[in-house]
Design a binder for this molecule. Structure first.
Ligand code: BG6
Length: 517
């Protein structure tokens, strides 16, 4: 069998005579289906539906797979099928192949209803039972809640009431939930209680799509499959760590979701703290979900904000400015945004990890919208050599050594160190050594949602944060958000820059500077 997806993979997705050497074999989902709540939303259209098609196209879904959309709109099966087709055509990463599409389309259905409608959920139950009988989904269903958390209680209650949440002895029921998992510790606990009162924790899959990214998983490969890095990975050698998630986009169109949430809740509480956990955790006893979660939980438990928060945090709102060659609006002019809002579009904070490995090493986390460019990276900045046997004039262009994990774009790892400048004098200057995914591998990385949807169908929980991780993350961030809540309006920064001046001062106070990726 070829690994070229333009070959015959999808044609033989039910063929029991697959090549036993095919590494994908244990990764093909068994019989089952997925119901998506919120299927008319942006996430479903841009990410979930294309990811499901790509999985089918790669031969990783069973021939019997069924996809059921649930929503308020009065759509027929045909209408929904067309909607999925359009989403797939504009978002899929693999080519459209009619035989794959046809097989998938046969399993596509739509159930119309609101989130608290008994009768509609009874109809959903009938539809799933019918598919179990006619298509062979075997009673295995994943419910994807791509809806605001305010609706979780209704949907969980209805799934329970309609008998859809309980698995039988020979089948499974799972729920996949999207962030935000609450807006602080207390609300997260309430939400977890509601979800867990219907679905046991083992069948809850919380999506943090950053964990589905190849470069994020590579943090574990780099740290635990090599001997080179670990001896340096501690407070003896690391001066500080910078975790940056910068975006060039603004909030156009997303004001409804974002106003009142802000950068800290939107991405630091989840994506950035998960990155911190992977960078800082100890080696897991085994590469299993339980052991990985144990280590992440340990490190999150040991993490807290450095105080005083007036000096160790910064936040901002973008104002109008130039983003490349475009002049863009400021936050307060964005449609749907309350001009009096104190929601931050830039957030930075300093965290410390109270462990032997990381004592005294600040972890600086920052994220913002409308910054200079889109980049997510983790930089370990090393201490300077304890002694330099060179005259000062020879090392003026020498900075601190650094290792930068580029999560996106231009995925790779960069090492920065000093090197002699060619010539007749001894002059040392920083140089970069670069590993690039696209140059080293020919394989294309799957989209994060592809990986995570497949893992949920396979009951592989390694890349999903547990409720304890979610709650610990709120515990770390709550004091910062609470402090900001009392401080009125955030500082401003012009679009296209690297954030408010207060963020620069935050590091300057400690004799450091942010990287300009
Ligand atoms: C989401 C946030 O979780 O991540 C968005 O809600 C953000 O505000 C997005 O734009 C960024 O994701 P990515 O994969 O493009 O970095």
């Amino acid at each position: 069998m070829t690994s070229d997806i333009s070959g015959a993979i999808a044609d033989d997705w039910s063929n029991p005579l697959r090549d036993p050497q095919d590494k994908r074999l244990p990764r093909i989902a068994g019989p089952g289906g997925m119901v998506i709540f919120g299927v008319t939303g942006d996430l479903a259209r841009k990410k979930l539906l294309p990811a499901i098609y790509d999985l089918a196209n790669r031969g990783l879904l069973p021939a019997s797979f069924a996809l059921v959309g649930y929503g308020r709109r009065e759509w027929t099966k045909e209408y929904f099928e067309n909607y999925v087709r359009e989403a797939v055509e504009s978002g899929a990463r693999t080519p459209i192949r009619e035989n794959v599409w046809q097989r998938l389309a046969e399993g596509i259905h739509f159930v119309q209803g609101t989130f608290n409608d008994d009768e509609a959920f009874d109809r959903l139950a009938d539809k799933l039972a019918e598919l179990d009988a006619s298509r062979g989904t075997a009673g295995n269903w994943a419910y994807y809640l791509s809806i605001p958390p305010d609706n979780f209680p209704d949907v969980c209650h209805q799934l329970d009431r309609a008998g859809l949440a309980q698995a039988g002895p020979d089948n499974w029921r799972r729920v996949v939930i999207e962030k935000p998992f609450g807006h602080d510790l207390e609300s997260a606990q309430e939400l977890n209680q509601i979800v867990n009162s219907v679905f046991p924790e083992k069948s809850v899959f919380r999506i943090d799509h950053y964990l589905g990214k190849e470069t994020v998983q590579n943090i574990l490969a780099m740290r635990f499959a090599n001997q080179l890095f670990d001896p340096l990975w501690n407070s003896h050698y690391v001066d500080h760590v910078q975790i940056t998630m910068a975006e060039d986009i603004g909030l156009g169109g997303r004001a409804g979701y974002y106003d009142g949430i802000g950068a800290a809740r939107d991405v630091i509480q989840n994506h950035l703290l998960q990155l911190l956990a992977l960078v800082a955790m100890e080696e897991p006893v085994a590469f299993t979900p339980e052991e990985l979660q144990t280590e992440k939980i340990k490190v999150l438990r040991a993490t807290e904000p450095v105080r005083p928060l007036s000096k160790t945090t910064a936040r901002g709102q973008y104002s109008a400015g130039w983003q490349g060659s475009h002049y863009v609006k400021g936050l307060r002019e964005e449609d749907g945004f309350d001009p009096e809002s104190i929601t931050e579009t830039y957030a930075a904070c300093t965290l410390q990890i109270n462990s032997r490995r990381w004592a005294g090493v600040p972890f600086y986390l920052r994220s913002g919208k409308r910054l200079g460019r889109r980049v997510t990276e983790i930089a370990l900045v090393f201490k300077s050599a304890p002694h330099l046997p060179f005259a000062d004039t020879m090392t003026t262009a020498l900075g601190q050594n650094a290792m930068v994990i580029r999560v996106q774009p231009d995925e790779g790892v960069l090492m920065r160190f000093g090197s002699k400048v060619p010539g007749s004098t001894m002059e040392v200057r920083d140089v970069n050594m670069d590993f690039s995914y696209s140059e080293s591998f020919t394989e294309q990385s799957p989209e994060a949602y592809e990986r995570l949807i497949l893992d949920a169908l396979l009951d592989e929980a390694s890349l999903f944060p547990t409720n304890e991780e979610v709650e610990l993350s709120w515990k770390i961030l709550d004091p910062v958000i609470e402090y900001w809540g009392k401080r009125g309006r955030p500082d401003e920064y012009p679009a296209g820059t690297w954030g408010p001046e207060s963020a620069d001062r935050m590091l300057e106070r400690e004799g450091r500077t942010w990287r300009r990726p």
